[in-house]
Design a binder for this molecule. Structure first.
Ligand code: HEM
Length: 505
């Protein structure tokens, strides 16, 4: 039998221990040497989720004051970088845009949108490139948005008539928030689907379907943060709700597509469209692109349905809430309202109706709209991004797969960039050239870069015309102590509806 002396045993043990230490040190060294952005302490499992609160844009702004303009949180299992300054936003959305153009997966939207076949929530890649190019070139180009001018002009006139009717029948308060939501819904319906769904028997069904899906999109879904807890969604009924909504939406969109196919009988009949102006609506255009292989690649019908849904999800709530906040701020600041009304009424002169051509002569109106978007960006945290490779941002190491949340709300109130940032003062935009198109990173309510909003011209076209017509035709008085509290959600509305007394001018 072989026997070892105690000295040999001790020596071997010592050598093994040194090898172990060496291996341990060099295995952990790469991560330990990484320079991560500052981060508040996290809990096991939930990470920093408990720190988001009801108003994440506000909580994150408060945290960024302590931890800096590029900080790291853990949202459940996933690391996330929070961007709270113009410089950091420029780095992510411009200088390293390619690396940060992916979207994290949302399991609810994935189910509703045919496996994320839309534009806004689809991962960065060939499918996104294809649908985005159709969107930019065919659906939301300057020329296309111009072709829907008659719809904007008719629908804003109908809104004015509706308010006039309400104030002639009683002197009671009008719910302006509801009227603005109806306006943007009707416009998008006519533009996208060729007709309105606010009249007749379809109305309640359509509205409740959109409302339910809107709620589902805004819901906190545990599965997207702590994947092993996804079984909870079977117990709390979320999965059943999502499936039901996805089915209803698909039935609705399939009918719309079928109706359009039957109506066109294989050709774009320019006079057959029901949107009232004779031109094709967005479904017509998408079907034509599909039929004639205009994009140079095949398009599935599910993709058409998902893209049409995007127009509603991205375009209605956002566009109406800008008007809601703008009017609320103007009512809070009567002198500013007076200046705006003077400008609009002077440009209108003796004309009974303002037209879109008049808007170019209204710099104060444009400045008021910008100031409202600065203080109340409808999607304050933009739409989350995700990195597709390891990178270095402002000296910090950011690993592949890190989520990125850009706090455009905090950036637009950064005292380093804006004087008296919490004040509503449209004049601040005079002679600055600062715009919301994604080139001035201190003001990015529509995001920026590859995944920036392609609907800016569309949204601003509706908002500017509606605002001009409203302040041209009426003097408004709001209830006393107008409440400016925000409602929680991914799109930030006023918590209480905007109730006003409108007097025709
Ligand atoms: C005031 C109204 C609107 C606001 C504030 C707004 C804001 C935004 C924001 C913040 C993003 C994400 C940008 C990013 O990740 O950098 C976005 C994306 C998008 N928006 Fe808008 N939007 C508005 C109106 C519209 C309208 C009217 C449409 C279409 C009719 C639209 C269609 C889209 C689409 C398709 C995307 C996804 C782009 C992509 O991922 O490639 N938006 N929007």
């Amino acid at each position: 039998m072989i026997s070892f002396s105690p000295f040999i045993v001790s020596l071997v043990s010592f050598v093994l221990f040194i090898i172990f230490l060496y291996k341990w040190y060099f295995n952990r060294a790469p991560t330990a040497r990484k320079r991560l952005p500052p981060s508040p302490r996290k809990f096991p499992v939930i990470g920093n989720l408990h720190q988001l609160g009801l108003y994440p844009h506000r909580s994150l702004q408060a945290l960024s004051k302590r931890y800096g303009s590029l900080m790291m949180l853990h949202l459940g299992r996933f690391p996330a970088v929070i961007v709270s300054s113009a410089d950091a936003a420029r780095e992510i959305l411009k200088n390293q845009d390619l690396i940060f153009s992916n979207r994290p997966k949302s399991s609810i939207l994935d189910k509703v949108l045919y496996g994320s076949k839309d534009i806004a929530f689809t991962p960065y890649g060939e499918h996104w490139r294809q649908v985005r190019s159709i969107c930019v070139l065919q659906l939301l180009s300057n020329k296309r948005v111009q072709s829907f001018r008659h719809i904007r002009e008719e629908e804003t006139s109908l809104m004015i008539a509706k308010i006039r009717h309400s104030c002639s029948s009683s002197s009671s308060l009008i719910n302006l928030s509801d009227i603005l939501v109806a306006l943007t819904n009707d416009i998008i319906c006519r533009v996208a689907l060729g007709r309105k769904y606010s009249d007749g028997e379809d109305s309640t069904k359509f509205e409740s379907m959109l409302k339910e899906i809107g709620e589902l999109i805004g819901i906190f879904n545990v599965e997207d943060y702590i994947p092993w807890l996804k079984w909870i969604n079977t117990i709390n009924g979320l999965n059943a709700r999502v499936e039901k909504s996805a089915k209803l939406l698909d039935e609705f969109l399939s009918d719309v597509v079928e109706e359009h196919r039957n109506r066109k009988q294989g050709k774009t009949d320019r006079n057959g469209s029901k949107n009232g102006g004779g031109g094709p609506d967005l479904v017509d255009i998408l079907l034509e692109v599909q039929r004639e292989n205009k994009a140079g690649f095949p398009i599935e019908t599910d993709t058409i349905k998902a893209v049409i849904f995007d127009m509603f999800a991205a375009g209605t709530d956002t566009t109406s809430t800008v008007l809601e906040w703008t009017l609320a701020e103007l009512l809070k600041h009567p002198k500013t309202m007076e200046k705006l009304q003077n400008e609009v009424r002077q440009v209108a002169g003796n004309k009974s109706e303002i037209s879109e051509d008049d808007l170019e002569k209204m710099p104060y109106l444009k400045a008021a709209m910008k100031e409202s978007l600065r203080l109340h960006p409808p999607i304050p945290l933009l739409v989350p991004r995700e990195s597709t490779q390891d990178s270095k941002v402002m000296g910090y190491d950011i690993a592949v797969g890190t989520r990125v949340i850009v706090n455009s709300w905090a950036i637009a109130r950064d005292p380093m960039m804006w004087e008296n940032p919490n004040e509503f003062n449209p004049e601040r935009f005079f002679n600055t050239g600062i715009d919301f198109k994604g080139f001035n990173f201190e003001f990015i309510p529509f995001g920026a870069g590859r995944r920036g909003c392609p609907g800016i011209i569309f949204a601003i076209g509706v908002d500017e015309l509606a605002l001009a017509k409203l302040v041209h035709k009426f003097n408004f008085v709001a209830e006393k102590d107008l409440d400016m509290t925000e409602a929680p959600g991914s799109t930030i509305h006023k918590k209480s509806p905007l109730l006003v007394v409108a007097t025709p001018h």
